[in-house]
Ligand binder design. Structure first.
Ligand SMILES: [Zn+2]
Length: 104
């Protein structure tokens, strides 16, 4: 990453959010396919990037909604590859509602 905007709070959120999604086997919100939460996004041996790994996506992109960058209600589980393909475009179809149910 290294965008210089990743706060300690966000990193903590990301870890909690991943654990939450893994516990409920949440599918990718962009392609609706299951996510293998055991895959690290960066392969520890080769250093390569695993496109099928989990990545925290933002319903409203950080670039356009920086105020929601650390709002857990704005987090969605995604595949790294889906997140990359999406870029900053809003997906078509139902966006659902912002929810804070996962966080205590
Ligand atoms: Zn996906």
């Amino acid at each position: 990453m290294g965008d210089g905007q990743t706060s300690r709070l966000y990193r903590k959120h990301r870890i909690q959010f991943k654990a939450q999604c893994a516990a409920s086997n949440a599918p990718c919100w962009l392609c609706n396919q299951p996510i293998d939460y055991s895959i690290p996004w960066k392969d520890p041996l080769s250093g390569g990037i695993n496109d099928d790994a989990f990545e925290l996506d933002h319903l409203y992109p950080r670039s356009t909604h920086p105020e929601l960058a650390e709002d857990p209600g704005n987090y969605r589980p995604s595949h790294r590859s889906c997140n990359r393909k999406r870029s900053n475009k809003m997906p078509t179809g139902s966006l659902g509602n912002l929810t804070r149910q996962w966080i205590k």
